[in-house]
Design a protein around this ligand. Sequence first.
Ligand code: NAD
Length: 286
Amino acid sequence: MTIEIRRVTVLGTGVLGSQIAFQTAFSGFDVTAYDISAEAIAAARDRFATLTETYSAEVSGAADGKAEKAGAGITLTSDLAAAVRDADLVIEAVPEVLSIKQDTYRALAELAPERTIFATNSSTLLPSDIKDYTGRPDRFLALHFANQVWKFNTAEIMGTDETDPEVYRAVIDFASAIGMVPIEIHKEKAGYVLNSLLVPFLNSAIALSAGGYADPEAVDKTWRIATGAPMGPFQILDVIGLTTPYNILVNGDADSARLAAWLESEYIAKGKLGIATGEGFYRYSS
Ligand code: NAD
């Protein structure tokens, strides 16, 4: 029997959850978004309003009220049972804290119908860390989006050795149906493809400048001119914001901690956190 996905519930309406819910509604699916409190639901409404404006300005085909219709069509609730009662697919985007994820799946396992597929958007956890809490390891996998899903539209799909291949296939088809480019990961890998490449690349750039070998501008210029890439690593770091890379480095080995200390003293302590604060490795006018 083919698996049909029509009703999608997104858990967590923060940075990524709000984007996933909006993109899915924009693509014509029936979407419910769940968060934990009235305050979080109010914040979600604001995020959807901002996304409506962003889509209208940046996404082709979003004019003529299509973005407004997507935002207005999302059902928001803080009642988990109601949120998942009819779901074909639940996409989980709750905070990146293992205990929160495990508690969430423990509750979900009881409340969602047996047929419901669960997908985690976790960036750093493996689905194997969570599968035993789902009550349905054969219908569970990772579906990992990139920030700003409407333009950076990869969806990395990674199962465990227990994921049913038909479920995996259905999630690939779903990712395509919401305008993502599905990237199949054949076995579990922390960081998927994107962060397995990006994190060492960014850390190498930081090591070059922190070690006094070359300034950030020179590192970026080299990368752009010699490879034809549109952005160098420090430009990418300014887009990401310096806090997340700092948090990854500060929890690493002694060499990583030295790089974290450089980021902290030269940039973070001076309020230079990237584009969001108007300055990081570069200055931004607006
Ligand atoms: P966030 O902090 O912006 O949002 C988390 C949301 O979850 C908040 O709205 C919060 O109210 C809600 N929440 C808290 N506890 C909850 C619970 N028990 N049940 C349901 N919701 C709860 O986080 P984010 O950046 O959107 O990250 C969410 C997930 O997406 C993480 O697993 C992260 O690794 C992943 N992710 C993030 C990015 C990114 O660039 N931010 C990119 C890819 C994947």
